[in-house]
Design a protein around this ligand. Structure first.
Ligand code: NAP
Length: 519
């Protein structure tokens, strides 16, 4: 009998009624499980989290919660091999892609555990120094940040079931908010297994962490002004959620992490075969093919000085050809399938739309040569590299995020001003990258596009050995971006806590404030 994945709410496992939605192995298309939240009482789940969960999480301070994170991260790490194998089966991830997701989750949790250790046992954080407000030194003001008195709801995207859950809950739990996680349905098995491991570890008090396996029904419409909603997914869903009448009427704090047409720009100074050129080729190829291009941070637009477009195409084709595509469970396969049939359909349609203004230089929207895969089985697509002839009229290249192994080369004249104006046509992004050793050019692009991005990475000969590439989100650096990218911000060390904390200015007598806040 097919397994039905369960939610974990009100401190117990809940199995939805009805047939449920099937969840498939994207390599074989075999049904792995079904999912249903029919019959789940979302109001009761929220009430329990707001009552028992809130009082339990607030009965301890930051440092104790950091201890919880350490214990959860090590419980998950102890099941690493099992989680990696499940990531391959349920998400179509190669072992390397699976590590990126699963280790990314535990490492981010461990990172926040470490940060939290130094925050002490209180439930408030001082925000800056106290301020003198009048002539009297006795009357001062102090900004503080305290956990919000509600529940954090996390709605996550399908592409990172492990990291997406880990990176968000590390921060909300450390901040002191009980949390309800709703992972995406299509890659749910991994998130549910992680939840089972965390529940079995018996670290968290009842009501502190819940998981909704499947549709979250009217949960969002039940949120209140002390609750927060952190969403990761498409810009379309993000906009639907943040414009729900209840979200607006109750002023629920919302963070949206959405689409992005991330760009990589090659500087005019970079010679083919130089260290910087090789770094650029490696990173563009890795971003196209890692997790089959299903990364919000993946490079979608590659800006190349017009005179070396042919050399770049030749080098990228050579590198892409090294990537074996097929059954992700096989050792030498470096790219697996897309996660779902609908994902494959969307990507194919996206490629079709791109071909109105761009032509193929590698791949053709088909499956290509596959290793270890049954004929016509699985949601496979060979990497697809395109080039536009007229970037000015190729609006779709700057507007449509094709969420798969697809990248488009955009020739430009080699000036930082032109590169910046093309990059800005993405209308707000998560991350863009600059590959150059010309400091003036780099400065021009950084200052030309910083206001449109959450993050920029600079690849140059001096750091070629150390660059993790633009696609790797590090917990110490912020993740998010303006405009199309959702306007949100996560991580960035302690900055990430701000979303879950209320900043309050407290004015009064100095000794009294010193007594309350110990400052
Ligand atoms: P999606 O279709 O928007 O779904 C995202 C999440 O929202 C899923 O958990 C989904 O649940 C849920 N959802 C959908 N409709 C909802 C509704 N009406 N009410 C409440 N929840 C709803 O996005 P996706 O296909 O999973 O992810 C791909 C997109 O996410 C890409 O565009 C990518 O760029 C973006 N992304 C962004 C980031 C970032 O950090 N900026 C990271 C990863 C991905 P179900 O699965 O149950 O439908």
């Amino acid at each position: 009998m097919t397994q039905k994945l369960k939610s974990y709410v009100q401190g117990r496992w809940f199995e939805g009624v009805g047939e449920g939605t099937p969840v498939r192995d994207p390599t074989s298309e075999e049904v792995l499980a079904t999912v249903s939240t029919e019959g789940l009482d979302f109001e009761a789940a929220l009430t329990m989290a707001r009552a028992e969960g809130l009082s339990a999480i607030r009965s301890v301070g930051f440092a104790q919660r950091a201890g919880w994170l350490t214990a959860l991260a090590s419980a998950l790490h102890a099941h690493r091999d099992e989680l990696l194998e499940l990531s391959t089966r349920s998400g179509g991830n190669t072992r390397s892609d699976a590590k990126f997701d699963v280790d990314g989750a535990t490492q981010t949790m461990a990172f926040y555990a470490k940060l939290g250790e130094s925050l002490g046992s209180t439930n408030f954080l001082l925000d800056g120094e106290s301020e003198s407000l009048t002539r009297s030194p006795r009357y001062i003001g102090q900004h503080v940040r305290v956990p919000r008195d509600g529940v954090a709801v996390h709605i996550n995207a399908f592409n990172f079931p492990a990291w997406g859950m880990g990176e968000k809950l590390a921060v909300s739990l450390l901040a002191g908010m009980p949390t309800i996680v709703k992972p995406a349905t299509s890659t749910l098995p991994l998130a549910v297994r992680m939840m089972e491991i965390m529940v079995d570890a018996d670290v968290l008090p009842h009501g502190v962490l819940s998981l909704v396996a499947g549709s979250c029904g009217d949960l969002v419409d039940r949120l209140d002004h002390q609750d927060v909603l952190a969403f990761t997914g498409s810009a379309l869903t993000g906009n639907v959620l943040r414009s729900r009448p209840n979200i607006i009427a109750s002023t629920v704090r919302v963070n949206v992490e959405a689409d992005s047409l991330n760009a990589a720009v090659l500087g005019p100074d970079v010679e083919p075969s130089s260290d910087t050129f090789d770094l650029f080729v490696r990173e563009v190829t890795r971003d196209m093919t890692q997790k089959s291009g299903q990364k919000c941070t993946a490079i979608r637009r590659v800006l190349v000085p017009a005179q070396i477009v042919d050399a770049v195409i030749a080098a990228l084709k050579e590198e892409i050809l090294r990537v074996r595509v097929g059954n992700p469970a096989l050792k030498d396969v470096r790219m697996g399938p897309l996660a779902t049939e609908s994902q494959l359909k969307d990507v194919r349609e996206g490629i079709q739309r791109l071909t109105a203004v761009a032509s193929f230089v590698h791949g053709d929207g088909g499956r290509g040569d596959l290793v270890g895969v049954e004929p016509d089985r699985g949601y496979f697509l060979a990497p697809c590299l395109l080039v536009v002839t007229d970037p000015d009229t190729a609006h779709i290249v700057h507007d449509l995020e094709v969420f798969g192994p697809v990248t488009t080369i955009v020739p430009y004249d080699g000036s930082s001003a032109r590169a910046s104006s093309l990059i800005r046509r993405g209308r707000g992004g998560l991350v863009s990258s600059i590959y150059s050793d010309d400091r003036e050019f780099i400065q021009g692009v950084v200052l030309g596009v910083a206001s449109h991005h959450g993050r920029l990475t600079i690849g140059s000969a001096r750091v070629a050995e150390h660059s993790p590439g633009p696609g790797t989100v590090l917990p110490s650096m912020i993740h998010g971006g303006p405009g199309r990218a959702g306007g949100g911000e996560e991580l960035g060390g302690l900055r990430g806590l701000n979303f879950y904390l209320q900043r309050t200015a407290v004015q009064g007598e100095k000794p009294l404030l010193q007594r309350i806040f110990g400052s």
